[in-house]
Ligand binder design. Sequence first.
Ligand SMILES: [Zn+2]
Ligand SMILES: [Zn+2]
Length: 295
Amino acid sequence: MYIKFWGVRGSVPVPGKDTLRFGGNTTCIEVRTSDGQLIIVDAGTGIRLLGIELMKGDFGKGLGVAHILFTHSHWDHIQGFPFFVPAYIGSKDDSGNKLSGGCNIFNLYGASDVDDRLEATLRGQMEHFYFPVDLNYLSAQINFHPLASKNIQIGNTTVMARRLIHPNGVLGYRIQDGDKVLTVATDCEHPSDGSIDKNILELAQDADILVYDSQYTPEEYNPVAHGLQGPSKIGWGHSTFSEGARIAAEAKIKRLVITHHDPLHGDDKIAAMEKRVQEIFPASMAAYEGLVIQI
Ligand SMILES: [Zn+2]
Ligand SMILES: [Zn+2]
């Protein structure tokens, strides 16, 4: 399994001199499976760059197929989609009908229950109040697949989705290709009673890689518990690197990758957080734009 991070930032893109090392684009992860399937996790602004890269191959000719797993539909996870060039590639007949065999195909998966309506949200952000091009105009074939808590099969790869703790809900994913397992748990908060979310444990058990939301330091998350002043981040739907390390040890994962970096955290701050998490769980690192991991 080949994994490449195209966006690792949380909440909002942050270009600038302080984010050059870890990157400023929001969440997007490319996964290539052993049987050649392309799975993309989230369409934050990082997907724009992935799209430019994909255009050099089959997607530039309208012959590409990809599966996009959405964790949820908050802005920082969908905003890159209108700028994803391969979605515009496809042939149409004189009546505007898409020609089969000549269009890129994108299968989009997201939660259908609660208020997390993926299709409605993606259409909404492309209404002309917000964006000049309607979703129906896209020349690629876009297929929506509502997901509840069930497994899906993409070629030889099994994808398990579970609900995690986040305002309005979020899905975590366990992507299993043979004996290789990637777990993505972003935009998730740990339970306030000190326990570990059982759904995360189920997704992460014995995984090769756990990509985990570590937007805050423990001090930022709960200042009072550390004798500090300042607003608490409890209930905001994000977690800390120390919780990530705790889950990594409990679930016996091989490598922890902390992500969803806070927009207020510059490169030096993230590097310091990386050092701190490595002191707790040595096989840890902070995700950065362009990071490639092969398992
Ligand atoms: Zn987010
Ligand atoms: Zn979110």
